[in-house]
Design a protein around this ligand. Structure first.
Ligand code: GLA
Length: 726
């Protein structure tokens, strides 16, 4: 471990700090294009002096004014949003933080390139009067231009201290205007985009859902500085919290028009009692800064995510056929054998068996029973899961399974045997959501149970898991936590991570989909353990153009499960397929009901997708035309070496004689020539696009562009173009 302690200038004398008058050089956290600068003031406080484009001359960092205390403690002279607030053992409700030391260490990550140029800066702060330490971590991912930051809090007081605020990060800005882009929604309408100018006061985006960060609000945002950023222009910060539970993002514009951003676990109902010598570690806040708009910020995050943020992010994914929308709960062994054979016929890699396969008292035939009883339903699967694994094997596909191991239906053996494992309030009626209750993951016995549910599946050669979580915490009370009920929200998520750590120790690479009643769990806290997530139960292709657009701002396409379904049969199979191919392709459809032409089209689409998936999964994404700004959408993926690109164009609701300009591409090599070919054509149809079979220079394609929405093209039509450098 490379270690360089730069400075340590705090002496503790009889519990009272005395500070040596020794100037500390600015602490610069740097990536290829960005600097975050912190400095120690004459008062020994740590100041945040800069976050922006790297300055050419590093000596200039020393000239930056000390305006904003970096990680602001509450209770002394702070008048705005604090980063941290606690009450000491003696009842003193204040904290003061003085700089103690800084060191730089090498960052560890999924991809440890020989030239790992990623550095972590660790800054220790200490209360001069009380034995409380706050340690700020900044991991800088140099090539990706991403910084990951988190905080540790610990103390050596006689009794526990009580934490009431514990931000992962606090960042400060001085700009004329601040433009916030936030994402919000509900079941089946996740990640809708909204942009507004921040006004004075505090704007809070948070959730209190307990088991999941979103649906209603999303723990990710863009912040345009001075003006609203576009896809290609403007200074913009993109940030997201890696936490699979309650989060809070606060944006406070103060009396001097300075902006203070704090991000972390939502402290709502979550006072945390911290015993001496234990460390409270916050989740990571991940951010990137771009001077070229939101598109660049997203690409930075995508690259970081694939290399460091998502399990096996640079490895291939499995295309699949899921049975959920095709059968819901209504299936038996022969039916599934047929569907598994259909997966082979379609050419996908895996068959995924969804909800409804388990429980015997009674079997799960609808969503009212059996969660918790993870034995195959004898009435439906007389030969168990092993038989299905064998059928899959015979058909040349893998077998995956759906579980929802954190939940229980009152109608289940588990509930009858372990009522003490369920989160529910004493003296109040049980409160159901989707007829189910949440298990108490703060309890180590429940953690063991959940681990065993997963382990049991993976021991029998199940090759893929869809891990669902279909409800939030309401009426939350843990029989295990007893007096510490305010730890529930935090310890629930920590309990979940403990289980996932165990799963990953035993099965480091089994692909797993993170799902939560649609897309309510899509966060980098979860994606450390998962290869992908389910963005929404809404698979209507038009809705998916918007939903996938929203998530694509922060997550790479190989994490976005996108399935071709019959949710809206009015959309052609081609349109639905073209939309699903922008993400991680899957099917949730009755293959046997396809016409011969549809089957032929789909088999070819799967083949083309497999050929092009390295570009779609690992390439740079350019969001060229926003569905929020007009009647079309266009998205481009360009392979890193710029030899291959895939362009997706959609007419959503084209008006009569509406002028639709060619789409100008981005990210190509201007000097190269690219051959354009339209793919995903229905058998027997020909491309109507003038660019089809033509060759253009990258320069032309980027300056002039090509038509993907012909004049008066019918609504809900689409085109996929493959570009190959000659
Ligand atoms: C949730 C998921 C769906 C499906 C059902 C099964 O709603 O989001 O994809 O798995 O549960 O009950």
């Amino acid at each position: 471990m490379l270690k360089s302690v730069l400075s340590c200038c705090l002496l503790l004398l009889g519990g009272v700090a005395s500070v040596m008058a020794q100037p500390t050089p600015p602490i610069v956290v740097e990536t290829q294009h960005t600097s975050l600068v912190l400095a120690v003031g004459p008062d020994q406080k740590l100041y945040h002096t800069y976050l922006g484009a790297r300055l050419t001359n590093a000596a200039d960092y020393a000239a930056l004014p000390h305006q904003h205390e970096a990680y602001v403690p509450a209770g002394t002279d702070n008048l705005f949003e604090p980063a941290i607030r606690l009450t000491h053992t003696d009842g003193n409700p204040s904290l003061s933080l003085a700089f103690a030391s800084v060191e730089t260490i090498q960052v560890k990550g999924n991809v440890d390139s020989p030239a790992n140029d990623n550095k972590e800066t660790v800054i220790r702060l200490r209360d001069p009067q009380y034995p409380v330490d706050v340690v700020l971590h900044f991991a800088a991912y140099y090539q990706e231009d991403v910084i990951k930051t988190w905080t540790e809090i610990r103390h050596r007081e006689r009794k526990p201290v009580v934490l009431t605020n514990y931000a992962s990060a606090m960042l400060h800005f001085n700009a004329h205007q601040y433009w916030l882009t936030q994402f919000h929604g509900d079941w089946a309408k996740e990640a809708g985009q909204q942009e507004s100018q921040l006004t004075s006061g505090v704007k809070v985006i948070d959730t209190k859902l307990g088991t999941r960060p979103h649906w209603y609000q999303t723990p990710a945002f863009f912040l345009g500085l001075d003006q609203a950023a576009t896809e290609t222009t403007g200074q913009v910060l993109a940030g997201t919290l890696a936490w699979t539970g309650n989060f809070r993002l606060a944006f406070e514009v103060d009396n001097l028009n300075a902006l203070r951003v704090s991000a972390g676990i939502n402290p709502y109902a979550s006072e945390y009692t911290l015993p001496a010598n234990q460390t409270f570690t916050t989740p990571e806040f991940i951010f990137t800064y771009s001077t070229q708009g939101k598109g660049q910020a997203s690409r930075n995050l995508h690259r970081w995510a694939r290399r460091f943020g998502v399990l096996d992010g640079t490895e291939p994914r499995l295309t699949l056929l899921n049975n959920w929308e095709a059968t819901f709960f209504d299936f038996n062994e022969p039916k599934l054998d047929g569907l598994i054979a259909d997966a082979g016929k379609l050419g996908v890699d895996l068959f995924l068996l969804d909800d409804g396969w388990f429980g015997n008292n009674p079997p799960r035939n609808d969503d009212r029973t059996s969660l918790g009883d993870w034995q195959p339903a004898k009435t439906k699967l007389p030969h168990g899961v092993g038989h299905l694994v064998q059928t899959a094997d015979k058909n040349g596909v893998k077998f995956g399974i759906w579980i929802e191991p954190e939940m229980v239906n009152p109608q289940s053996d588990l509930y009858r045997q372990h009522p003490e494992w369920v989160l529910k309030l004493p003296n109040r009626p049980e409160h159901y959501y989707r007829n189910q209750l949440v298990l108490d993951l703060t309890n180590p016995k429940v953690q063991d149970f959940v681990f065993n549910v997963v382990d049991e599946q993976l021991r029998q050669n199940v090759a893929y898991v869809k891990w669902d979580c279909n409800r939030m915490i309401t009426n939350g009370y843990s029989q295990y936590l007893k007096q510490n009920q305010s730890h529930l929200y935090i310890d629930y998520v920590r309990g979940l991570y403990k289980v996932l750590d165990r799963v990953r120790q035993k099965y480091p690479h089994v692909p797993m989909m993170l799902c939560s009643g649609g897309g309510a769990r899509s966060d980098y806290g979860g994606l450390k353990y998962f290869t992908e997530f389910w963005p929404s139960d809404n698979t209507d292709a038009v809705e998916r153009v918007f939903i996938q657009w929203g998530f694509s701002n922060f997550f790479p396409s190989n994490t976005l499960c996108s399935h071709v379904t019959n949710w809206n049969r009015q959309h052609t199979l081609k349109f639905r397929t073209d939309v699903a191919m922008m993400g991680k392709l899957g099917y949730d459809i009755e293959v046997e009901k396809m016409t011969p032409a549809e089957l032929q089209f789909s088999q070819q689409a799967v083949k083309d997708y497999k050929r092009l998936s390295p570009v779609i999964w690992q390439g740079d994404q350019y969001r060229l035309r926003s569905p929020y700004e007009g009647n079309q959408a266009a998205v481009l993926y360009v392979e890193e070496r710029q030899t291959k690109a895939v362009l997706f164009g959609y007419n959503l609701h084209t008006r009569t004689n509406e002028t639709v300009l060619p789409v100008r591409l981005q990210g190509l090599d201007p000097a190269r020539r690219y051959r354009v070919a339209e793919i995903n054509l229905m058998p027997g149809t020909k491309s109507e696009l003038p660019a089809h079979t033509q060759t253009y220079s990258g320069d032309y394609l980027m300056q002039v562009g090509i038509t993907v929405s012909p004049l008066n093209a019918p609504a809900l039509t689409s085109h996929v173009l493959e570009l190959t450098a000659e």
